[in-house]
Design a protein around this ligand. Structure first.
Ligand code: SF4
Ligand code: SF4
Ligand code: SF4
Length: 662
């Protein structure tokens, strides 16, 4: 949020309200002795103490000491150490740690503003939604679902609709702009059952948790750590430290962990490796267990949750477009509030230092982001660090990829793994799923055959619409009542191999829903992901699929949450050629938007940027196209004259995006 400059005297950094001549384009992270040891700087002639305080700061892979670039790290990957390029004049440096007391004193006022604003946001959000719970009771008394009505009108008119209070016990709906004109306050009507501070082991969620403890009474929110089953060991350790720390301060604060019922490698076997295009691991291993653990007491109904999370705009272009409060963005029953959306990396670390909070050990070794042991979004640098720090935990995953690559006939498996090619490939590429689904549409009938189906089509069919069902040996038939029509259906065959037919079906919406039902029935492995979309608790997927017809309202949220209604079915489609065809039009940037930090990273070291960068795999081709079309690189990715000038300008610390955009 604030601008960062070097603070030469303290060896630290300084936050500023305004852009000044030496404002940094990238917010630096602190560098500790552990990272320098890992890079073997002590063997290269440097002397430094093994101390708590940071010794240097890093912008990507460039390392700065008291404002001067002293070395660069290049070319690290899973199997190779980074090459260290010490800048001339710094061959035998003796480092003095950052003067933390003085640096923090100098940043105190700005940090106070930053955290006060976040605390106010958390309090206001909590108060608004707590009051919303009370309003919800009043709305219920009015016997009208105002929220649903507002959403329906918004969908129809494409205009923002506000719920406003008219007099002491009545409400009205009107366009938000009109409500503002008339001075009416928008009323929230979402009843929140649980307020949550989600903890991930990362620095951002740690700051949000601390801010929550300073904003809210400990009895009104809880902390849940969703353990994916392949967390970094340092994150698990940090969770225990954090739990101990806050439990002693706030005995009423509830801590708990969740995890999927099955280990992550068993899902790799069934879904394939997660990839840049199909990050199923987040839903299956993280969010589904988290929100599934929050059922309303005594029922299967999903609780309405408001989560304060550590999402930050700086992390990606997509996130930079987030609103500070996102309703039902990821899951229909969850509202996400982002108190530190606009904080930068430096501010996060300054907060941790100021409040003497423990730091995940992985950051001290140089990890810029902590996640799982192996992740489709990690960089070569991350791979190098994890292979050095946690080889034992990493090896089962690498062995799996190697085994599958060999089976697929990939020639140079080591290069394939080193270059992270498994992450660029669509999930499901290595899968040998025996299940087969074929649709045969004619103008009159809907017909599908399934071979090797994994779950009950009869059960899944119940979500589509009210139906009758007569079961005979090797034949099930009945009627589906959809809108104002009745359609007869028939299933013939066995539980796993069958054909499904509906006669006289032309309704495209119903056809689409039936296709999703068939995909679910064919591919379901009870991963839990779609269950958390069900608003009524009618759906239960583990240990077997069960639909409660008394509570299912046929809202189809469980069908529409993924293209094919099922994460596993989607995974099988990721192997089709359509995903790797050359793109044309605006899509050639892969919905990529220019981000100053990435431009800075490129212009800092254009020579080795493509070998070693912090971009996600999907962002690389989009960024290449953007650079070419902006005239910064030529068709062979060499800098043009404009590119060279920009690189020069960047190194003179001028704000680059201003130049590019003029
Ligand atoms: S951190 Fe990476 S591997 Fe872990 S759940 Fe998220 S995307 Fe998947
Ligand atoms: S259709 Fe709606 S109510 Fe029925 S099981 Fe699916 S999500 Fe739940
Ligand atoms: S149908 Fe739902 S629970 Fe079953 S595998 Fe697909 S997403 Fe997971």
């Amino acid at each position: 949020m604030y601008k960062v400059t070097w603070d030469i005297e303290t060896g630290g950094v300084r936050l500023n309200h305004k852009v000044v001549a030496d404002t940094l384009s990238v917010s630096p992270r602190p560098v500790f002795f552990e990272e320098l040891d890992l890079l073997k700087l002590h063997e290269l002639g440097w002397t430094y103490p093994h101390c708590e305080e940071p010794l240097l700061w890093a912008c990507n892979k460039q390392y700065f000491y008291r404002g001067q670039l002293v070395f660069e790290a290049k070319g690290a990957n899973l199997y190779n150490d980074a090459t260290i390029e010490i800048k001339p004049g710094f061959e035998s440096l003796t480092l003095i740690p950052v003067d933390m007391d003085e640096m923090l004193r100098r940043n105190k006022d700005i940090l106070f503003l930053l955290e006060s604003e976040a605390i106010e946001f958390i309090r206001d959000t909590f108060i608004d939604y707590s009051l919303a719970s009370k309003k919800f009771e009043e709305f219920k008394a009015n016997q009208l679902d105002y929220e649903a009505l507002a959403a329906a009108i918004e969908k129809r008119t494409k205009r923002k609709i506000a719920i406003v209070k008219e007099d002491c016990d009545s409400f009205d709906l009107m366009e938000e702009s009109i409500a503002q004109e008339r001075g009416k306050k928008r009323i929230l009507a979402t009843k929140i059952d649980v307020f949550l501070a989600s903890f991930s082991g990362g620095k951002d969620s740690q700051v949000v948790l601390d801010l929550c403890t300073r904003s809210l009474p400990p009895s009104v929110f809880e902390v849940i750590y969703s353990d994916t089953g392949y967390e970094l060991p340092s994150s698990l350790d940090l969770y225990e430290d954090v739990k101990r720390h806050y439990s002693s301060l706030f005995p009423g604060l509830k801590f708990s962990t969740t995890s999927n019922h099955a280990p992550v490698l068993s899902y790799w076997d069934k879904i394939g490796t997660p990839s840049d295009t199909h990050r199923w691991c987040c839903s299956v291993m993280k969010t589904a267990p988290l929100y599934r653990s929050l059922k309303a007491s005594g029922s299967n109904k999903q609780a309405k949750v408001l989560t304060f999370d550590g999402v930050r705009a700086e992390e990606s272009t997509r996130r930079s477009n987030y609103n500070r409060i996102g309703k039902g963005v990821k899951h229909s029953t969850v509202i996400n509030a982002h108190p530190i959306l606009n904080w930068n990396t430096t501010e996060i670390f300054l907060y941790l230092f100021t409040h003497s909070l423990p730091i995940n050990l992985a950051y001290r070794f140089g990890k810029a982001r902590v996640g799982c042991i192996i992740c489709p979004y990690s960089s070569c640098w991350d791979d190098m660090l994890v292979s050095k720090l946690y080889p034992q935990q990493l090896s089962p995953f690498i062995e799996r990829i190697a085994e599958w690559s060999e089976r697929e006939g990939i020639k140079d498996v080591e290069n394939y793994i080193r270059d992270r090619k498994w992450k660029f490939r669509a999930s499901g590429k290595f899968l040998t799923i025996p299940t087969q689904v074929i649709f045969k549409n004619s103008s009159a009938n809907f017909f599908a055959t399934v071979k090797g189906g994994k779950s009950s089509i009869i059960e899944w069919l119940k979500v589509v619409a009210p139906l009758t069902c007569i079961i005979e040996e090797e034949r099930v038939y009945g009627d589906i009542k959809y809108k104002d029509s009745i359609y007869s259906y028939e299933i013939t065959g066995t539980l796993s191999d069958y054909s499904f037919e509906v006669v006289g079906l032309k309704d495209l919406t119903l056809i689409s829903s039936l296709k999703r039902v068939i995909y679910k029935a064919a591919y379901c492995i009870n991963c839990e992901s779609c269950e958390i979309e069900c608003p009524t608790g009618a759906l239960s997927v583990f240990p077997t699929i069960r639909i409660d017809t008394k509570t299912c309202v046929h809202c189809h949220r469980c069908l529409n949450f993924h293209d094919k209604g099922c994460i596993v079915a989607n995974s099988t489609s990721m192997t089709t050629e359509t995903n790797i065809k050359a793109k044309a039009g605006i899509d050639r940037y892969n919905t990529f938007g220019i981000h100053e930090e990435w431009m800075a990273e490129f212009l800092m070291s254009p020579e080795d940027f493509w070998e070693n960068n912090g971009l996600g795999p999907k962002q690389v081709p989009g960024f290449k196209n953007w650079l070419k079309e902006a005239g910064i690189v030529d068709s062979k990715l060499n800098l043009t004259n404009l590119g060279k000038s920009l690189s020069q300008i960047y190194n003179d610390s001028v704000k680059i995006t201003e130049v590019v955009e003029t």
